[in-house]
Design a protein around this ligand. Sequence first.
Ligand SMILES: Nc1ncnc2c1ncn2[C@@H]1O[C@H](COP(=O)(O)OP(=O)(O)O)[C@@H](O)[C@H]1O
Ligand SMILES: Cc1ncc(COP(=O)(O)OP(=O)(O)O)c(N)n1
Length: 277
Amino acid sequence: MTAPRALTIAGSDSGGGAGIQADLKTFQELDVFGMSAITAVTAQNTLGVHGVYPMTPQAVAAQIDAVGQDLGVDALKTGMLFDAAIIEAVAERIQSFGWNRLVVDPVMIAKGGAELLRAEAVEALKKHLLPLALVVTPNIPEAEALTGMKIATMNDRREAARRIADFGAAMVVIKGGHAVVETQKREKQLQVVDLVYDGSEFEELVGERIDTRHTHGTGCTFSAAVAARLAAGSDTREAVRTGRRFIQAAIEGAPALALGSGHGPTDHAAYRRSRKL
Ligand SMILES: Nc1ncnc2c1ncn2[C@@H]1O[C@H](COP(=O)(O)OP(=O)(O)O)[C@@H](O)[C@H]1O
Ligand SMILES: Cc1ncc(COP(=O)(O)OP(=O)(O)O)c(N)n1
């Protein structure tokens, strides 16, 4: 029997905490064979993004074709796509291969503020990619950009999830890492809540909020874990729940890595280690 296979279509992070590097580590940790199509190379470390060097849409499509025509793909995710031409090429290849276990992480801006998706490409994302998605995983600023809404409360988040589902994604997960407004009266936030919407029901995945600056690549890692579980045959809801457990362990383990002098990477091996205890 063939090993489960997952493809990431995303940018390269030279620092190893986000992008393709985070995705491949996560696939490996979850016993899934990882493959990649690189959309852009970034010169990046824990202090920020120092350069962005995009590939041509043709080069991205050629990588996808090479993988799809030979190795095969059970599930895939997209991350940094950079511009509308790359988005269109990626969507066209996904449709042509008929891949439907697709996780779209609508990466837009890095935590340090660097633009990883051109502002004018948000429309292309909505039009070409979201209709193909089994799961879409915006953080709060990304959900605001997709919907044009300001998100301050959990009700706002539910409304944003409904609007994003209307673009065609089967399941929407609005991640709560950036949610500070609702709890600003408390000195410290104790929880992080990811809101899951399947087109009819809402579920809140509640976790302990880890007080750390080492959260570089959390969104990439979470969506890669979801894609890995989908590749292994999980249903969508189980895949999202495992993704949440995976990123929680990775963030808990991040301070011990003690890498870099800025926003350090998470520990991609922590989930596997925790399961051996
Ligand atoms: N401080 C934290 N403690 C625990 N989980 C977190 C923390 N920050 C983010 N997460 C989790 O990491 C994942 C990514 O969240 P978020 O930071 O919102 O996205 P992004 O990395 O795309 O900006 C989500 O599952 C979120 O719940
Ligand atoms: C190459 C590349 N892709 C995506 C990101 C964004 O990663 P994300 O997990 O959303 O969070 P931060 O890394 O921005 O903290 C990236 N930085 N680089």
